[in-house]
Design a protein around this ligand. Structure first.
Ligand code: IPM
Ligand code: MN
Length: 360
């Protein structure tokens, strides 16, 4: 298969982890005779420094003519504590999601058997957890009108949703549930928010088209508690933009590190693959960032194009690296010397010699 892949490494640890994912994709291309072409472009704080724009026009154009986008991370501390900054790195990512219509962000969360003791949560609670979070990505409070009064003493962010915005992501969540454990949990705050009541109404209607799938509801505060009390109760979680942002970081504790969580952001036309972690600036260029989230995002990219054997091989390589403790310090309590590139090299090598490898 021929694929043009736009690579947007971004800020902080973004470039390091994305390099490892590209290495894995190149190994897959060579083993399975695919033709993957990679083109890199700037986004985020690096793009502001170079072009005074978090999402330069050439980057957006490149994404639009590519088959898929591999995204690194975004954010720089110099903007975080500066409330009056006019341009912010995050705007690059948000604009990209909006312009490309990436309305569904899919975040798989699972407990790896080899990492059960890395999570601060008890083994018997997390063992067997397998959740797929469907986060709405281009609406809600992230994108509603924002105001700041002239005197700077009051501000507002509007949370708005339309039926259509809810329906399209809901359909994806139900289709996913049909192929999984047939359960969708809608996470909302319908006891308080009008938008949440609209979500409930619309999602109930969508559910009628999927009679094999059970729908239940949880208020987000309760969901946050249930996520660590009994995560195994969840199959597909469907939720709006900001709740999804928050509960997916919380859910990453189940896997043992946020450095393991991949995601796919999809719309009707484009698809982007990004780790859920941020730019982790304190770790940049130290070789300690975990590349697995980015490598697993590359596996999601392959699945998106129905290259399921290829994606599965990457997942096997990742599991093998975890099993052998070839892991970065976030999950490696024994050896502290395994670097970002070491993990990438191990996985690349596994992909080049899959027949010599076995999981036992
Ligand atoms: C994420 C990130 C982004 C978000 C930030 C960087 C804008 O936290 O992808 O989860 O809030 O969506
Ligand atoms: Mn987030």
């Amino acid at each position: 298969m021929k694929l043009n892949i736009a690579v947007l490494p971004g800020d902080g640890i973004g470039p390091e982890v994305t390099n490892q994912a590209v290495k894995a994709l190149k190994a897959i291309a060579s083993e399975f005779n695919h033709n993957f072409k990679f083109t890199t472009a700037d986004v985020g704080a690096v793009a502001i420094d170079k072009h005074n724009d978090a999402l330069p026009e050439e980057t957006l154009e490149l994404c639009k003519k590519s088959d898929a986008i591999l995204f690194g991370a975004i954010g720089d501390p110099k903007y975080d504590n500066n409330p009056s900054a006019k341009v912010r790195p995050e705007q690059g990512l948000l604009k990209l999601r909006k312009e490309l219509g990436l309305y569904a962000n899919i975040r798989p969360v699972k407990a790896y058997n080899t990492l059960l003791d890395k999570s601060p949560l008890k083994k018997n609670i997390i063992e067997g957890t397998d959740i797929s979070i469907y986060r709405e990505l281009t609406g809600g409070i992230y994108f509603g009108d924002k105001t700041l009064s002239k005197d700077g003493n009051s501000a507002s962010d509007l949370c708005a949703y339309s039926r259509e915005e809810i329906e399209r992501v809901a359909h994806l969540a139900f289709v996913a549930a049909e192929h999984r454990n047939h359960k969708v949990t809608l996470v909302d705050k319908a006891n308080v928010l009008e938008t949440s009541r609209l979500w409930r109404k619309v999602v109930k209607e969508v559910a009628e088209q999927y009679p094999d799938v059970t729908l239940d509801f949880l208020f987000v505060d309760n969901a946050a508690m249930q996520m660590i009390l009994n995560p195994k109760q969840f199959d597909v979680i469907l939720t709006e933009n900001m709740f999804g942002d928050i509960i997916s970081d919380e859910a990453s504790v189940i896997g043992g590190s946020i450095g393991l969580l991949a995601s796919a952001s999809v719309g009707d036309k484009y698809a982007m693959f990004e780790p859920i972690h941020g730019s982790y600036p304190q770790a940049a260029n130290k070789g300690i960032a975990n590349p697995i989230a980015s490598i697993l995002s590359a596996a999601m990219l392959l699945s998106h194009f129905d290259l399921h054997n290829e994606a599965e091989l990457i997942r096997l390589a990742v599991e093998k690296s975890l099993k052998l403790n070839i892991t970065t310090p976030d999950i490696n309590s024994v050896v502290n010397t395994v670097t970002t590139a070491n993990v990438g090299d191990f996985i690349e090598d596994f992909l080049f010699h899959p027949k010599d490898s076995n999981l036992n």
